[in-house]
Design a protein. Structure first.
Length: 364
């Protein structure tokens, strides 16, 4: 079997919105872009991957089509470890982070999808198996910056069956309103999105200490200030989480060795795919540090995260970006039911996209 084509596909999924419009980077957010990668073999087996793209989707798409794809055409897709090693070694001078690593991540996910499909098993079985049928989802709310809206969204998420809530807020009044709406029995996490200096983060941690948050996420800018994170963690009564901006295993190793984090948050579309995500879980297990992947995705990135988490010794909650779409090519199977993600049981990632919907949503 050989790889004969690698196609990046950008889709735009409009959000279903009420009177509250979330924001991202200070701008209204009315849709979400997803950069898929379709890897096809000469035997007609297709694997699907996902590239972290966000605002940089053009660079990520070019990294797939112009830099990574030519290096894997004609290769046997079953040789996942060798392909990944060749890509990393051959492209390290393009950077150890950013679009090229994101492209490698998508290829790795797609190759695992192909391998499991060829063997006729769901991916989690290929990775070690699991007795679980489902994993808890946590509602990762979008940023609204409004007390009434956050109160309403938390209540809505709880009604839908979620038992873990995460905010993307950094205003004390909004965070406190959310905690009150959650009550004492529902863990509340707060993703600050890197707004503060170390001193400001220490002050914020102390101000919010009485809320007993499950974790404070990405509190410091720049996100790779390992010493600053370690200093914050040493004085904070709230666990400190980060890692979505880490794009290689060795940086996670340095974070752990620095004692910088209570919770590691690798992102499968940034860290190198399924192969590298598994290494970070092993690192956390070796050093006694919790791993909860960052997974605000709606396709292969989310599915791959579920499969890897399913194989872990400890139950790992799965992040679900809390929003609804007018149309989604992966359908209802990537939507939690009563606060739970069912672990896919079909071969590969377990869910292939509806390519008719992809054609409707495709923008590049």
């Amino acid at each position: 079997m050989k790889i004969v084509s690698v196609e990046p596909i950008l889709i735009c999924m409009p959000l279903v919105l009420d009177d509250a419009v979330p924001s991202s980077g200070g701008q209204p957010k009315r849709d979400i872009h997803t950069l898929l990668v379709k890897v096809t073999t000469d035997e007609g087996v297709c694997g699907w991957g996902e590239v972290f793209s966000n605002a940089g989707w053009m660079s990520s798409r070019e990294a797939v089509s112009q830099i990574v794809a030519p290096r894997i055409l004609g290769k046997d897709p079953a040789h996942i470890a060798q392909i990944s090693a060749d890509l990393y070694r051959g492209l390290y001078n393009c950077g150890r982070s950013g679009p090229v690593v994101f492209a490698i991540s998508a290829i790795d996910i797609a190759l695992w999808d192909i391998k499991a499909k060829v063997l006729g098993v769901p991916l989690y079985q290929l990775l070690g198996g699991s007795a679980r049928k489902s994993l808890p989802a946590y509602a990762s709310l979008l940023r609204y910056g409004s007390v009434p809206v956050i109160e309403r969204k938390v209540a809505e998420a709880l009604k839908r069956g979620y038992r873990f809530i995460k905010l993307h807020e950094n205003q004390s009044a909004v965070i406190r309103a959310a905690k009150k709406a959650c009550g004492h029995s529902v863990p509340l996490m707060v993703d600050c999105s890197c707004p503060w200096s170390v001193e400001e983060a220490i002050a914020a941690s102390r101000e919010l200490a009485d809320l007993h948050l499950a974790w404070l996420e990405e509190p410091i800018y720049p996100p790779d200030d390992h010493e600053g994170l370690a200093r914050l963690r040493s004085v904070s009564s709230t666990p400190i989480a980060a890692g979505e901006n880490v794009s290689n295993f060795y940086e996670f190793k340095r974070l752990v060795q620095a004692g910088a984090l209570s919770v590691l948050q690798p992102s499968v579309t940034k860290i190198g795919g399924v192969s590298e995500l598994r290494k970070v879980f092993a690192l956390g297990e070796a050093f006694g540090v919790t791993v909860v992947p960052h997974s605000p995705y709606f396709g292969p990135g989310l599915l791959a995260s579920i499969h890897v988490c399913a194989t872990q010794i400890r139950e790992t909650p799965i992040e679900h970006y809390y929003c609804d779409f007018e149309s989604n090519p992966f359908g209802e199977q990537i939507i939690p039911q009563n606060g739970l993600f069912n672990i896919p049981q079909q071969p590969g990632l377990g869910v292939d996209p509806d390519e008719n919907i992809i054609d409707r949503l495709r923008v590049a």
